[in-house]
Write a protein that binds this ligand. Sequence first.
Ligand code: CA2
Length: 147
Amino acid sequence: MSDIIHVLNGPNLNLLGTREPAIYGAATLADVEVLCRETASRHGLELVFHQTNHEGVLVDLIQAAAGAVGIVLNAGAYTHTSVALRDAIAAVGVPTVEVHLSNVFAREAFRHHSFLSPVVRGVICGFGPQSYALGIAALATDRQARA
Ligand code: CA2
């Protein structure tokens, strides 16, 4: 196994910090990346960080994470629609934490269902950018427990 954690971001997350601050906060995706890099380095892990607006590219990125310590995935709206992402997570067999900035359960009913939750290691939502840091810490702790 490598020492790498992949943080993958789905559609529209490139807009973070520029619109809808009441829901998603003021931090930009670049700020989230800095937080993830600091958290990974504290746990002695390397970080790969990507954002894409395209479902198939997310499938490719999940497959490319084969052999990694884990994946922290904010699939954005694809969380609620994508069988392809669910199949990719199940197929690659890398422990994956589904993260959301917002508390999806306090929002519209269509955000309460995730196609991904049944095949991930765990879900963290509602803590803003800290959801990502908590996801990285959880994967690092899991890895220690396995060692
Ligand atoms: O809370 C989350 O992290 C979400 O994954 C964000 C998705 C949403 O569809 C999920 O239900 C919950 C939306 C990401 C869109 O991000 C924006 C950021 C700034 C401005 C507009 C959209």
